[in-house]
Design a protein around this ligand. Structure first.
Ligand code: HEM
Length: 448
């Protein structure tokens, strides 16, 4: 059985129908030819957008000339009430300064220090699982949110403020699906932007809660009693160029994006990874065997989980949590045989690139062993961008690869997972790639 893939739409549909499909789900709104195309153009009365699936074009935009292809202001519109001036949305000098302050906290070397908090979260996640049939995305969201609070603020998700932020985010998402239509189909500038009132109120409550965490931490830093975690590191780091630190409001912006970008994505990847393990029990056995190495909290154990890493990497290929990214060109470009006018939307699609039929061997198969083949290695270099690439690469990429591998192995150490009849998940793009009706699994305690 192949891993689930959404049905594509017919090749030709009217603009109106396209918009309707788009509103439902951007993955199934696309025609199958995008899995073979190097570049495609979408023209509507309001805008032009171009999807680019050719590795050297993706490289031009993301790696070679990122400053010529900033994030467009319009993409961030839906997110601004919540995220303010967070590093995910800014461009130019502001973005550079923010990355100079944030990046040191996520450096490879710091991961060792962050690891015990991840370990505790993985133990807690395994402790919450119960035998029987359950929807696993809820569990992985809980676990990934726990990782963020423990690593950032040294508090578990059960902490009153952490739990309040987590709950409020769920309300926010219901009122405002973040990967919304406006993000991909920019509306003309003259159209008024109305945020729903409850969305704004919910964003304000989340920011207030995060503000309390940030204020308490600033106090502890001043008194010299702050724990040595990511929040302390970020709040005490001076920009080496300007000497500035984050002001409290700007720190709230960053915590909001760490929480959002850090927990939704990892939760999605982990849920799909568990589903794939249920679908391919041979691989599950291999991961479970490797997971026996998880006995004491020791960072070096991660290097022993190589099969789990291959499985997690393959999951991120088939179900990249961020399925598409959008940039805008600041000058006219000529790509392949097309003139791309200034101000066009350029869509880079990990979803399509990772399943490109002219690049990957058996692109729709689940095969974690591919990473050791010539084709797999070449594609990993050129056609694999679950964390994006270049200057704006995900700050949490290294963090997520440790967290994902650790939690996947830890859960499978204690539990066997099986698919549930009649519950075949269909991928859809919400904020991240999720299953239409959740991912349901049967769990059983593993006999050792
Ligand atoms: C499996 C997990 C994850 C995946 C697949 C993922 C993927 C991505 C992608 C594709 C982008 C680029 C988006 C764009 O350019 O439009 C991004 C950006 C970002 N991610 Fe992640 N992410 C993950 C986990 C995390 C974690 C754990 C954190 C932090 C704790 C994080 C923080 C960020 C931030 C701050 C950015 C913005 C970077 C910038 O624009 O300079 N992510 N992520």
């Amino acid at each position: 059985m192949k891993p689930p893939k959404p049905a594509s739409r017919p090749d030709r549909v009217s603009l109106w129908r396209y918009m309707q499909l788009f509103r439902q789900d951007i993955l199934s709104a696309q025609p199958a030819r995008l899995y073979r195309a190097w570049m495609a153009e979408f023209r509507t009365p309001f805008f032009r957008s171009y999807m680019m699936n050719q590795p050297d074009l993706v490289k031009t935009v993301l790696k070679d000339r990122p400053e010529d292809f900033p994030k467009s202001d319009r993409i961030g519109e839906g997110l601004r009430p919540l995220l303010g001036n967070s590093v995910f949305l800014t461009n130019g000098e502001t973005w550079k300064r923010q990355r100079r302050i944030i990046d040191p906290a996520f450096e490879g070397g710091r991961l060792r220090e962050t690891f015990p908090a991840m370990w505790d979260a993985s133990e807690a996640a395994a402790g919450r699982l119960r035998e029987g049939v359950s929807e696993i995305e809820a569990q992985t969201s809980h676990a990934a949110a726990d990782v963020i609070f423990r690593t950032l603020f040294s508090i578990p998700i059960e902490n009153e403020l952490a739990a309040a932020v987590f709950d409020e985010f769920r309300i926010y998402q219901r009122s405002q699906p973040i990967l919304n239509l406006a993000a991909f189909v920019p509306l003309p500038k003259w159209m008024p932007r109305l945020f729903r009132r409850d969305t704004r109120a919910s964003a304000a409550r989340i920011r207030d809660l995060i503000g309390q965490l940030v204020a308490a931490r600033a106090d502890e830093i001043a008194k010299g009693t702050a724990p040595d975690d990511l929040a302390t590191k970020i709040m005490t780091t001076q920009d080496p160029v300007t000497g500035e630190k984050f002001a409290p409001e700007e720190m709230i912006d960053q915590v909001a994006i760490f929480f959002l970008a850090g927990h939704e994505t990892s939760a999605s990847a982990l849920a799909w990874a568990l589903y794939l393990m249920a679908l391919y029990p041979d691989w599950q056995d291999k991961v479970a065997a490797e997971a026996q190495a998880l006995s004491t909290c020791d960072f070096s154990v991660i290097s022993k989980l190589s099969v789990t890493r291959d499985v997690f990497r393959e999951t991120l290929r088939l179900y990249p949590p961020v399925p598409m990214m959008v940039r805008e060109n600041t000058c006219p470009e000529h790509f392949r045989d097309r003139d791309v006018p200034k101000g066009s939307q350029l869509v880079l699609s990990p979803w399509h690139l990772h399943r490109h039929e002219r690049l990957w061997d058996q692109p729709d198969d689940f095969d974690p062993a591919r990473w050791h083949t010539e084709n797999g290695k070449a594609c990993q270099r050129e056609a694999y961008i679950p964390f994006s690439t270049g200057a704006r690469v995900c700050t949490g990429a290294g963090f997520a690869m440790v967290e994902g591998v650790l939690i996947l192995a830890r859960l499978l150490r204690d539990f066997e997972v099986e698919t549930v009849n009649g519950r075949n998940p269909v991928p859809v793009a919400h904020l991240t790639v999720r299953a239409q009706d959740g991912i349901w699994l049967r769990l059983r305690k593993r006999q050792r």
